[in-house]
Design a protein around this ligand. Structure first.
Ligand SMILES: Nc1ncnc2c1ncn2[C@@H]1O[C@H](COP(=O)(O)OP(=O)(O)OP(=O)(O)O)[C@@H](O)[C@H]1O
Ligand SMILES: [Mg+2]
Length: 151
């Protein structure tokens, strides 16, 4: 793993339908300030897909948020890290394993869903997810190359 001299994070955000838009805005603002705008569109899309997946897993079939054992909304956090050669986006959530895990579904032509992570796989150098020891929740990460624009 490279060293990541640049880091920025956002959160906690409620796992609500507004979160993907906040995630996109965070990516635009941070990558613009780092001068890494060439990877901006791709990372905006990935942030949106990963945040949307958390919201979906945190929402029941009737569209009502699933609350945690203490009656609180589920949360997510975003983090961007870069060495100006690559950018890593992380989306952390506090969802228990019983609410599922990221799996590529390899959607067929007539499937309406199941494309998000396929797209993430296509657009990234690498991606993955892991549970976090001693904590309920997980970290999903995606790495893309970045070309730093001299300012
Ligand atoms: N953060 C997450 N927590 C729990 N389960 C997840 C998470 N991210 C993805 N998943 C699981 O992985 C599956 C595949 O995700 P993917 O984004 O590829 O498809 P989708 O969200 O079902 O549909 P689409 O993204 O095309 O609207 C999801 O259906 C869900 O079951
Ligand atoms: Mg999805």
């Amino acid at each position: 793993m490279p060293d990541w001299p640049l880091t920025s994070y956002l959160g906690p955000l409620g796992a609500l339908p507004t979160a993907p838009r906040l995630a996109r805005g965070f990516v635009v603002q941070v990558l613009t300030s780092w001068g890494l705008t060439e990877s901006l569109d791709v990372l905006e899309l990935i942030a949106s897909e990963l945040a949307t997946n958390v919201v979906r897993a945190a929402t029941d079939a009737d569209g009502i948020p699933r609350y945690d054992f203490d009656g609180r909304l589920h949360l997510m956090w975003l983090r961007l890290l870069s060495d100006k050669d690559k950018v890593m986006l992380e989306v952390w959530d506090d969802l228990p394993e019983t609410l599922g895990a990221p799996v590529t579904r390899h959607a067929r032509d007539d499937d309406e869903t199941g494309r998000g992570l396929d797209m993430v796989e296509m657009l990234t150098d690498d991606w993955g997810w892991e549970t976090v020891p001693g904590w309920t929740g997980k970290r999903v990460w995606a790495i893309v190359s970045a070309k730093y624009e001299d300012q």
